[in-house]
Design a binder for this molecule. Sequence first.
Ligand code: URA
Length: 242
Amino acid sequence: MTPDRLRQYLEFYRDLGVGDLYRREARVAAAAPEPPPPPVRIEVELPPMAPTAETLLQILEDIGDCQRCRLHEGRNKLVFGVGNERSPLVFVGEGPGADEDEQGIPFVGRAGQLLTQMIENTARKEGMPLRREDVYICNVVKCRPPQNRTPEPDEMEICGQFLYRQLSTIRPKAICALGGTAARAVTGHKEGVTKMRGRWFQWRDIPVLVTYHPSYLLRPYNQTAKREAWEDLKKVLHFVYD
Ligand code: URA
């Protein structure tokens, strides 16, 4: 492997948040060819770089009956993602709730219905005939955390590789991060959501707009946050579809 290729691999995996790579000793051929190779050569053994042509189906197959972290213990259905694989806009939430865990589809409970309304109503008002199924919707973690608790850092790291592969495959024009957990996971910034909302960040070279999580908007007395979320949505829709 050339040093350039190796650098590419390492950068790719660093972007995915993978820090540890195995090293193994290369086997020495029994009959040494001419000129004889050095007796022992150290190679870096790399997980296969997610091919750019990887499909969402391949990622789903790779997840399989995932037991990579403790979240699998309480899950009914793994919630991978839904929508248009070629969408220029991807919404990322935190993790499935009870309804999503039951159906295997993200954002189908109360928060999900609000998200659907927000997307479709805002788009219609702005003169864009956009339906929920036109965008892609997924979460940072694919299995429901017990009692809907916030996913733990190790759970997000383990599952985050699949989110990153989904984003690498779709390569949307923009990503909308819903709530603080998604915002921090996607952007790497550690500020609170009230500081981050309405602002552009980046995931690799893709712009990320942060807004409130719809379940936060469902709480009473959140009129200001609701107005701000509508503003955020308009911003990202115009950026993507104008
Ligand atoms: N909240 C999320 O973050 N994701 C869902 O899929 C549902 C609720």
